[in-house]
Design a protein around this ligand. Structure first.
Ligand code: FES
Ligand code: FE2
Length: 348
């Protein structure tokens, strides 16, 4: 499987990319340098000087231009070489680098990786992460040594929660339920609703801190290629969600290579929720860190190591009900990759 190039990917949290400072990224195996102009406009350029192929990110930003550290060629935000300090100052025709469309949206900086014109209608939407949304947002990021589809399978198959995160985020009491799959074009959503289960520690801390059973929901949405939004919460058995506690989890998966993925994640707490005391907030943060860093991450890295370069279907996976959403996602990615490849080779 390759990548879908004509698509938006989260390149960075918007606040990480600053005027006159360069940030390096690898996205779809392309080396990219990000920075902002003095007016705050974000710029993404191929991170390779066309002269002797030095990474431009080793240079500096001067007057909104990137200056190569080796011989001082300067490139503007379109990727055109606009200054050659040597001899007559003539600028060779080949002195240009690729520039990529970028846009700040929902506190992330998105990059369009394809050759087709950027399609702004396809930008993933996380309105709860906008600065004026009223939600309290806690952000993080990491790089996983796993393919983005393998990580997506983890997010769309939350039947792993009662096992891998038992007690912390989920309970085995909910194992019998059937996830409900909704599709809308290429987008999909998988909903889980578990009645009268032992309260997972993270939600007991957030809710009543009395250890009594709850109903729990986990509704995960996917927009291709790598945007995931979960609506997750608990309420007393049989109650309405308005009387419970809940939050959104926002996840974006940006392939670096076929075996490495930059992962931006955030929790967005709705306005009006009760403030947690510092000790409870710290315990909750530690549970989330443990679940992700100590439980999910080693599993995902291990799966990728085991799969190596093997083709998924050729490994003859054993599949059952919980795989409906992950398999639909994998099939959709395979089709979108093929359609993207056909467009790029001019077949369509
Ligand atoms: S390698 Fe960049 S100017 Fe020479
Ligand atoms: Fe997990």
């Amino acid at each position: 499987m390759s990548f879908i190039f004509n698509a938006w990917y989260a390149a960075a949290w918007s606040h990480e990319v600053k005027p006159a400072q360069m940030s390096k990224r690898t996205i779809l195996e392309q080396k990219i340098v990000l920075y902002r102009t003095s007016s705050g406009q974000a710029v993404a350029l191929q991170d390779r000087c066309p002269h002797r192929f030095v990474p431009l990110s080793l240079g500096s930003v001067k007057d909104d231009r990137v200056e190569c550290c080796y011989h001082g060629l300067q490139f503007d935000c379109t990727g055109a070489c606009v200054h050659n300090p040597h001899g007559t100052g003539r600028i060779p025709l080949a002195a240009k680098v690729k520039s990529y469309p970028v846009i700040d949206r929902c506190s992330l900086l998105w990059i369009w990786m394809g050759e087709e014109p950027a399609d702004f209608d396809k930008l993933p939407s996380f309105p709860m992460m906008e600065a004026d949304s009223g939600y309290r947002v806690v952000r993080g990021e990491t790089v996983l040594r796993a393919n983005y589809v393998v990580i997506g399978e983890n997010l769309l198959d939350l039947s792993h929660v009662p096992f891998l995160h038992e007690g912390l985020l989920g309970s085995k009491d909910g194992l019998g339920i059937e996830p409900v799959l909704h599709t809308d074009g290429d987008d999909l959503q998988v909903d889980r609703f578990m009645r009268n289960i032992s309260v997972p520690t993270a939600f007991d801390l957030l809710f009543r801190q009395d250890g009594k059973p709850v109903d729990q929901w986990m509704n995960m949405r996917w927009n291709p290629p790598g945007a995931y939004l979960i609506d997750v919460g608990v309420h007393a058995p049989g109650e309405s969600r308005e009387k419970g506690v809940w939050y959104y989890g926002c996840h974006t998966l940006t392939p670096e290579t076929s075996k490495s993925t930059r992962y931006h994640f955030a929790a967005a707490w709705p306005p009006g929720g009760k403030d947690l005391d510092p000790e409870t907030a710290a315990r909750l943060a530690e549970i989330r860190r443990t679940a992700f860093e100590d439980q999910d991450k080693p599993i995902l890295d291990a799966i990728q190591e085991e799969m190596g370069d093997a083709e998924f279907w050729g490994m003859k996976p054993a599949l059952f009900q919980v795989d409906a959403a992950p398999i639909r996602m994998r099939r959709t990615v395979e089709r979108l990759v093929a359609e993207d490849r056909a467009k790029r080779s001019g077949i369509v």
